[in-house]
Design a protein around this ligand. Structure first.
Ligand code: CO
Length: 223
């Protein structure tokens, strides 16, 4: 019971600190939210969206699940994207994965983990898609990290392929989807060289990541 009380105490002192700094902060936010960004990230407790990009409440709309997956039958994720794009009119959607993702590792380890294996199945599909590239990586840690990157790439493409984004672009709405990955060891985000803002970008991205490993060398070198 003490652990849970601690959170409520933390909340009180946080609220006091915020009001001491800006007496109107909560009054302003209570009227409306107007974020420019939608964040789709992993549930991992170490990859907290607002914290790692240093944004205050109200500045980023967030959806998180195990291994930051965007599936076209996931009504939860699709509803978040629809609300963000059509109502909040966010300009940027960021899919942010992280190195050493437990979900990605579990998808590769060949063991049974229960119900979640059905969710992780989507990562295994990505692993099959890039099987040749992954097979060439000998270190297991490096293989997992590369799949963490490729998983982000595939989810960026998946966001771009939703009816929500297709319709937004058709209306002339400016919405751009980015792929990032966060390093647990240094707290830094790397851009994965995938930003999609129209159908042509989408087509190019699909081909580029499957056909070349130029980027692989670039990203592993900077890690
Ligand atoms: Co994770």
């Amino acid at each position: 019971m003490e652990k849970i009380r601690k959170l409520l105490e933390n909340n009180r002192s946080w609220s006091d600190r915020v009001v001491a700094d800006d007496a109107d902060f909560f009054r302003g936010l209570a009227q409306q939210q107007n974020p420019d960004y939608l964040w789709i990230g992993c549930s991992d407790s170490r990859v907290s969206a607002n914290v790692i990009v240093d944004l205050a409440p109200g500045e980023i709309f967030v959806h998180r699940n195990v291994a930051n997956l965007v599936n076209h039958t996931d009504m939860n994720c699709l509803s978040v994207i629809q609300f963000a794009v059509e109502v909040l009119q966010v300009e940027h959607i960021i899919v942010c994965g992280h190195y050493g993702c437990g979900g990605v590792a579990a998808a590769l380890d060949g063991k049974r983990h229960g119900l979640i294996d059905n969710w992780l199945r989507h990562i295994q599909d990505t692993a099959h898609l890039y099987a040749d590239e992954l097979a060439a990586i000998t270190s297991n840690e490096a293989k997992i990290d590369r799949l963490c990157e490729l998983n982000v790439v595939e989810q960026v493409i998946s966001v771009a392929e939703t009816t929500i984004i297709g319709d937004a672009w058709k209306r002339g709405q400016d919405v751009k989807i980015h792929g990032w990955i966060y390093g647990l060891k240094d707290g830094l985000i790397r851009e994965l060289g995938i930003s999609i803002c129209n159908e042509n970008d989408l087509e190019r991205s699909r081909k580029r990541f499957l056909l070349t490993d130029e980027r692989h060398d670039a990203t592993t070198a900077s890690k």
